[in-house]
Structures are given as structure tokens and as C-alpha cells.
Ligand binder design. Structure first.
Ligand SMILES: Cc1ncc(COP(=O)(O)O)c(C=O)c1O
Length: 431
């Protein structure tokens, strides 16, 4: 037995039992097996505490960017509390000053011709809208995306992601074609006269933060222009300052036709997503303005929250802070290379640790958890562990994190040879 049993209070046992019976018996069994039965209680800033108060976790996953501004960010909470004295969800059919304000600020934060916003609740919904718009405007049906990509679990977004997300539901893909990320030859071949859109994460997170090679995105942009294909960049994880610029595509000298936003847009407080589209694509809605509807999309309360998130995330001081932290991590992580870690990927605070085998990612996820670090391996490339600290953390916190990481790596190094590989692969985490 490699895994020490966790102590659990009676109250927590009851929560786990209810979760097992009425939410997910599979998840409950999974977390029990690996003794990671964390039930979030108090939370603030970079930290989460278990409801028993026995385990604290520094959040190095941040739900892929939801907690960019930390847990229960006081400025965001104040904003929501004030908004609650004035508005509610609002009416999604009528015009709204809050939706108008946020849409204007979002469009001003992006280059021309990105001039219209369709609001939603989740990232998957926003990706669905992007694909609908591309197909509607072009009259074509084929969508090209990348192997190992991830765009959500809703109707169209799941089709654009990796095969592993469709297979459990027997969703064959007829008009979706995947090619390898950074393979321009395959992309060139895939972009034919039936292609409506290419959809890519600017930096694919679930593939372990593989960086786009120089000219990759600019070449695709050029081909999309020449072949009248819509370029969709999914910035659900890379947006909101994560990479050291407000939007990650700013690093790569491209302007997409559609940008998909989610996660961090919530400030960790109110679910919000957006599909930002070009003037040309927006023509689709001139004749048919009610052809896409989302009751809760662009809730007025959510708009107030996201406007505040945008104000914070776009500020020069904030982005300087992210870049300063990124430099500190770069320097301090470079000193850590020791088995199973062999390197790391980085664009700002969009980071992943590179490990020496597929089994090392899941094992490090567990040993890091035991050291009080919440970090999760990349589901489509388990030899990479995503490393996504809150953007509001302080540089002084880095050395203590690295100390914990070193301990976790040492433990993982000892454990890996003992693990039954077959058993581990069968029970992969699936975040
Ligand atoms: C890049 C990317 N796109 C889309 C989504 C889907 O977002 P949601 O879970 O809010 O539907 C995710 C979620 O992890 C994501 O990482």
C-alpha cells in the first residue's frame, strides 16, 4: 500500500456519502482510491482549505484560469455586492446598458475588426456559438481543429476537441477534422473548399502548453484569408492576462475573426463567457437578430463583474506584475530540474512542467497534493503537469512553492517505479 489513509470527520464523511449517492459515485470512488478526498471549505487568495481544516492547497491549477484573480477576490466581491443592490440577471431579449458597456470595453481591448460580442455562460457554449457563426456566415460545414485540443463538452465544442471526449458518447465526427498542432503541412491539406473554420487554442492547455512555433499562426491566418475561412482562437484559458498580455494572440501577430472567452471572465465569482466576432461575421445577425439566444448569457450581474475583471486584467500594473512573476518562475524553476522533471513550457504564467514519462504526471499530481499543491497533469499529454498560479500571487511566495515542489518531485521519483502502470492508465484523472 503506497497511499496513506486520510483522516475524515463525521461531517465530511456525510458530505462524501451524499456526493457518492447523488452526484457521482465514480468520482467519489476515484478520490477515495487515491486518498485525495478534498472537499473545499474556506478559500481565499491563492489558498483552498478542506472543510475539515486538515489540508490546505495552494491553487496551481486555478480551474484553468477561473481563479486568475484568486479565490473570493475582495474587489470582485464588493463589485458583485454593490451590483446586487441595483440589478438582477436582466432580460436577455431587451437592450441592456451593462451588456453594452462590457461589450464596448471588450471590443476596445481588441484590434479591429473584432467589434461585436455574443455573451454566454460557459466556454463550451461560447465555442458552440463561434462554430455556428462560422458555418452560418460561410455556408460551409467543415471545421478543422487539432488532436489533443479541448474546447468543452457541449454539442459542437466537444466535436472540435480530441476524439477521447467524443468516444464515451458515441459522437462520430463527420464535419470535424483534426490535425497535429504546429504541423503546417497537415493544416494546409485540411483547409479545403468545404472548410468553414479553423479553431485552435492559442496555446493548447490540455495538450500541456505546447507553444505555437514561429509563423504557425500567421501562416494559418494567411491561408484563412486566401481561402475565405474563419479563424477562431479559443482564449478560454489563455485570456485575461494569463500569458502576460491581455489576450495571448497579441504575442503572435495575428488577429482572429473570432475570439472565445470564458473562465477568468467570471472573476471566480459569476459564470460568464463571450464570443467576440468581426464586423463581417456580425452581418449574420442583421437580418436575424434573434437567431441565437441564451437566457443567462450576459446576465447583468455577470456583466458588472466581468467589467471589473477586465478593468483589473487590462491594467499595465497588473500585466507588469504577471510578467515579473513569470520571470521569477523562469529563474527559479530552471534550478529545479531533477527527475522526473526535465523542463518546462512557459508563456507568462501559462506554464507546464515537462516530466520524463506519461505516468509521472498523474503521480506528481498526487505527490504535489500531499505537499499542499493543487496541480493537475495535462489530460491529453500526461507527461506535462499544468502549472497555473493565480495571477495575483506575490513573488515572495515562490520560494516556498518551489520547496514543496522539490519534495513532491522526490516523492514521485520514488513512487513511479512502484506503480502498476496498467492500473494507473485505467484510472486517469479527467479534468
Ligand atoms: C480552452 C478551453 N476552451 C473551452 C473550455 C470549455 O469551457 P467550459 O468548461 O466553461 O464549458 C475549456 C474548459 O476547460 C477550455 O480549457
Amino acid at each position: 500500500m503506497f497511499i496513506k489513509k486520510e483522516k475524515i470527520s463525521t461531517e465530511k464523511k456525510q458530505v462524501i456519502e451524499e456526493f457518492r449517492q447523488h452526484v457521482s459515485s465514480g468520482k467519489a470512488a476515484f478520490f477515495e482510491k487515491y486518498q485525495m478526498q478534498f472537499v473545499a471549505g474556506d478559500r481565499s487568495g491563492c489558498w483552498l482549505e478542506d472543510m475539515d481544516g486538515q489540508q490546505q492547497l495552494f491553487n496551481l491549477h486555478c480551474n484553468g484560469g477561473v481563479f486568475n484573480l484568486g479565490h473570493r477576490n475582495p474587489q470582485i466581491m464588493r463589485t458583485l455586492q454593490t451590483a446586487l443592490t441595483e440589478v438582477d440577471i436582466g432580460n436577455h431579449h431587451l437592450m441592456s446598458q451593462y451588456r453594452a458597456r462590457l461589450a464596448t470595453d471588450l471590443c476596445h481591448s481588441m484590434p479591429e475588426p473584432l467589434n461585436a460580442v455574443i455573451f454566454g455562460v460557459s466556454g463550451g457554449e461560447a465555442v458552440d456559438v463561434a462554430i455556428k457563426v462560422a458555418c452560418g456566415a460561410s455556408g460551409r460545414k467543415k471545421i478543422v481543429s487539432v488532436f489533443g485540443g479541448y474546447h468543452g463538452h457541449t454539442g459542437l465544442s466537444v466535436q472540435a476537441g480530441d476524439e477521447k471526449y467524443r468516444a464515451p458518447f458515441h459522437l462520430g465526427h463527420t464535419n470535424f477534422q483534426q490535425v497535429n498542432f504546429n504541423d503546417l503541412t497537415a493544416m494546409d491539406r485540411a483547409l479545403d473548399k468545404d472548410t468553414a473554420a479553423v479553431i485552435l487554442e492559442t496555446i493548447p492547455a490540455t495538450l500541456g502548453m505546447i507553444m505555437p512555433e514561429e509563423d504557425y499562426l500567421t501562416t494559418i491566418r494567411k491561408w484563412c484569408d486566401e481561402r475565405d475561412i474563419v479563424l477562431i482562437l479559443d482564449e478560454v484559458q489563455t485570456g485575461w492576462g494569463r500569458t502576460g498580455k491581455l489576450w495571448a494572440f497579441e504575442h503572435y501577430h495575428v488577429v482572429p475573426d473570432i475570439v472565445v472567452l470564458g473562465k477568468g471572465m467570471s472573476g471566480g465569482i459569476y459564470p460568464m463567457s463571450a464570443t467576440v466576432i468581426s464586423d463581417k461575421l456580425n452581418q449574420l445577425f442583421v437580418q436575424e437578430p434573434f437567431s441565437h439566444i441564451s437566457t443567462f448569457g450576459g446576465s447583468e450581474l455577470g456583466c458588472v463583474v466581468s467589467s471589473e475583471v477586465l478593468k483589473i486584467s487590462a491594467s499595465e500594473d497588473f500585466l507588469n506584475h504577471v510578467n515579473l512573476l513569470a520571470e521569477q518562475f523562469r529563474q527559479q524553476l530552471s534550478n529545479v530540474y531533477q527527475k522526473p522533471m526535465t523542463g518546462f513550457q512557459q508563456k507568462g504564467l501559462m506554464m507546464a512542467l515537462e516530466l520524463n514519462s506519461d505516468i509521472a504526471g498523474p503521480v506528481l499530481t498526487k505527490t504535489a497534493y500531499d505537499q499542499g499543491l493543487l496541480m493537475i497533469y495535462a489530460n491529453n499529454r500526461p507527461s506535462a503537469v499544468q502549472f497555473l498560479p493565480p495571477l495575483i500571487m506575490q513573488a515572495e511566495q515562490i520560494p516556498a512553492l518551489i520547496e514543496r515542489l522539490i519534495k513532491a518531485l522526490k516523492k514521485a521519483k520514488k513512487l513511479i517505479p512502484l506503480i502498476n502502470l496498467k492500473d494507473k492508465v485505467k484510472h486517469r484523472f479527467s479534468f
